[in-house]
Design a protein around this ligand. Sequence first.
Ligand SMILES: [Zn+2]
Ligand SMILES: [Zn+2]
Length: 192
Amino acid sequence: MMLPIERLNQIKKRILAEKNIKIADLSKDLQVSEMTIHRDLKPLIEEGLVVKTFGGISLANLPTTDDHEVCVYCSRAIHDTLSYRLILSDNTIEIACCAHCGLLRHKQLDDQVIQAICYDFLRQTTISAQRSFFVMDTSIDLGCCQPQVLSFEWEEHAQKFVKGFGGDVYAFNDAITTVFKKMNGTCKHDHT
Ligand SMILES: [Zn+2]
Ligand SMILES: [Zn+2]
């Protein structure tokens, strides 16, 4: 029998990966009643992560950031389509300005991170950071943090991008290690 908090984390992971889920499926897969699932979902609905649909839930459009919101890591202003969101085990969400800061913050928080969401650079859709591919050292400069890190849902897209614009492609774990190394093993950078 799963603890409610474990169930909640399972549900979060699934909604982030699948975007739509039926209550009946959650009830079956997690082996609890639909009423229990409804109770589990309440905080997720309240925090705005999911919305109710007929017989199920959908991943909400991530709330857009307001003008005052700044990167949790470097305090730059946040542009939604570059941002990297960390959903933590205590149900808080942290937002980093870009994958550079997101990956470094992810490394800092480590297993407190339940899920991380970034945007596909080409399609501007939300994607799971842990399953994304990251491009560094490309010739296109977006003017956020250096070394710049771009995220892609598909390795194929990342590879094509690199063919056109230069750079290297990394899977999630390698991307964290590499950006950390490029920062000389420190987590600080200046704001020039
Ligand atoms: Zn930042
Ligand atoms: Zn940045």
